[in-house]
Ligand binder design. Structure first.
Ligand code: WQD
Length: 329
């Protein structure tokens, strides 16, 4: 298929592009490069610089070839920032997606794979979190993703656009073949923060609370390897294409890892001390989030293959260690 990947130069997008190419699709990346990186682009894919907030950019990009499908990962994703700058998230995430859907209508593209998020669920009322779990986002970012899922439902009903909404849990790790190495700038997520502390790019890790009711008192999350997520996109595109039916699934490892477990494994694998201090809880952080991915397994045959603690850390450390080695040369 001819696939347009919006946000394909970003952290998750670049991994998706790689899997799509591997699966034999012809890929065009569309990215405004606000957080995308040139080093994340592949020779095998075409590139169009453009912005989803400019309908003309989308119209021209969609007219540049006969696209069968769109994969949409062009979004802001910092949950904390979304609470102080909701306008930014309204415009980019919601208006941007409406622009995409309208441009797809004009260009007669009938398939979209969308990056949704576990952030749509909010504080869990039961674990593991299946697709039917109540949806009460705790942050504005999660609200934008939930609203977009609802728009997708309507565009399916009214315009016949089939969608796959993939609700990622905590995306982590780097390409298992070591081919993608673009670092995220100013990361706030746990694993890149641990890696930066290990590589000497920051002083220490701050552990947000050690008094949760979890195995060791620190927050537990479902970390899912980005190569697993990427494979999920290819499977989801095949599904909506073969069945001509939309699909909403959780993508998680079904395994809860604590902050301390990741930190210990990172110390072991990197051989670095990784200074850490316990500080207060971060507001809005639930104690524990773990996915049920039973539906993804049943519908897509998807299971997480690389989302164990060791592979998550090893693939990340390879990339950060590479940076460190370059600096020390
Ligand atoms: C993980 C754990 C922290 C940083 C966020 C978004 C969510 C989704 C994924 C996109 C928690 C602890 C973290 C640090 C720490 N994004 N932590 N020190 O909050 O589960 O989810 O990213 O869809 O929408 O909210 O991820 O990586 O920030 O935190 O102790 O410096 O690590 O308290 O327990 P989170 P995270």
């Amino acid at each position: 298929m001819k696939v347009m990947v919006l946000g394909g130069a970003g952290y998750i997008g670049s991994h998706v592009v790689k899997e799509m190419i591997k699966a034999g699709h012809q890929v065009t990346v569309f990215d405004n490069m606000s957080s995308g990186r040139e080093e994340n682009l592949f020779d095998e894919s075409a590139f169009i610089k453009g912005d989803i907030l400019e309908p003309i950019n989308l119209a021209e990009a969609f007219a540049s070839d006969d696209f069968d499908a769109v994969v949409h990962l062009a979004a802001f994703k910092a949950a904390g920032e979304s609470m102080v700058r909701p306008e930014k998230y309204s415009v980019n995430n919601i208006t941007g997606t409406i622009n995409i859907l309208n441009a797809m209508c004009d260009a007669d593209i009938k398939k979209i794979v969308f990056s949704s998020s576990a952030a749509i669920f909010g504080e869990p009322v039961r674990l593991p979190i299946d697709e039917d779990h109540p949806k009460n986002p705790e942050n504005y970012y999660g609200f934008t993703k939930l609203e977009i899922e609802r728009f997708l439902g309507w565009y399916d009903k009214l315009k016949g656009i089939k969608f796959a909404a993939l609700r990622y849990f905590n995306a982590a790790g780097y390409d298992v073949d070591g081919e993608i190495s673009g670092l995220e700038q100013s990361p706030a997520n746990l694993l890149p923060v641990i890696m930066e502390a290990a590589a000497g790019m920051r002083d220490k890790l701050q552990i947000f609370g050690d008094d949760y009711e979890t195995k060791d008192g620190t927050g537990v999350r479902d970390y899912v390897h980005v190569s697993d997520l990427a494979a999920g996109h290819v499977m989801a595109l095949n599904y909506i294409s073969d069945k001509n039916e939309s699909l909403t699934v959780n993508l998680g490892s079904e395994n809860g890892l604590s902050v301390l477990e990741l930190l210990e494994e990172a110390r072991k694998i990197s051989g670095k001390e990784i200074p850490a201090e316990i500080v207060g809880r971060r507001p809005g952080d639930p104690a524990k989030l773990v996915a049920s991915s039973a539906k993804a397994k049943e519908k897509l045959g998807w299971v997480a293959k690389y989302s164990d603690c060791e592979t998550l850390i090893k693939t990340s450390w390879e990339v950060y260690k590479g940076r460190l080695d370059k600096l020390l040369k």
